[in-house]
Design a protein around this ligand. Structure first.
Ligand code: DX5
Ligand code: ZN
Length: 213
């Protein structure tokens, strides 16, 4: 399992320190939650802060857009050379076009599905995607409870992926901990995002280790 700590749960007064801590502790990606106060009822960070995160990080960035006007935000964050940019299918009229745009910027494109959205919504996009991110909470906040139906969704998505693009990864975001990570692994998940579970622990390296199942 690859582990992507969400910096939403970091101490923003010591952001550089916390980004360095998770990178030194062996995380695989640094998950950056961008919220615009419109697509989700919360507002987080913009390019000034993401630039500082990119500077401190020694692991690739995984930018999760929870915004309206995806194209505008892709252009805003592309200069920081993230490995992935993911956008919500629920907020995009032309997902295929945006995938091509992201790839054209040498960034790996990913699509996010909210808890109610069927895996079939990405079936005909899979061959152009590097990753599909399944939300296991409603997007907007850290520290929420894991929604177990994501396990069945991951299994169904895995079947579609095996048929259409076996290289495409499955990532799950929200309420992930050392208990449910085993079920996620069994369901075919490749990457977990975890915020509160990792940052509330004294020993960050140990917390990350417990998710690498
Ligand atoms: C929620 C964000 C998540 C969040 C995860 O909208 O996309 O990345 O930070 O936090 P936890 O792991 O605390 O649920
Ligand atoms: Zn996220």
């Amino acid at each position: 399992m690859l582990v992507a700590p969400s910096i939403l749960s970091a101490d923003f007064g010591h952001l550089e320190r916390d980004v360095k801590t998770i990178c030194d502790a062996g995380c695989d990606l640094v998950h950056v939650d961008v919220m615009d106060g419109h697509f989700v009822p919360n507002l987080t960070i913009g390019p000034v802060v993401v630039q500082a995160v990119a500077k401190a990080a020694t692991k690739p960035l995984d930018i999760h857009l929870m915004v309206q006007n995806n194209t505008f935000f892709v252009d805003l964050f592309a200069p920081f050379k993230p490995r992935y940019i993911s956008f919500h299918i629920e907020e995009e009229k032309h997902p295929h076009r945006l995938i091509q745009k992201i790839r054209g910027l040498s960034i790996r494109p990913a699509i996010v599905l909210n808890p109610h959205t069927s895996p079939q919504s990405v079936e005909f996009l899979l061959e152009d995607l590097d990753m599909v991110l399944l939300m296991s909470v409603n997007p907007g906040f850290g520290g929420q409870k894991f929604i177990p139906s994501v396990l069945e969704k991951a299994r169904r998505l895995k079947d579609l992926i095996e048929k259409r693009n076996p290289k495409c990864l499955i990532e799950v975001d929200g309420g992930v901990n050392d208990k449910n990570v085993h079920d996620l692994k069994a369901a075919g998940v490749d990457v977990v995002v975890a915020g509160s579970y990792i940052f509330k622990q004294e020993n960050i390296a140990h917390a990350i280790e417990t998710l690498k199942v």
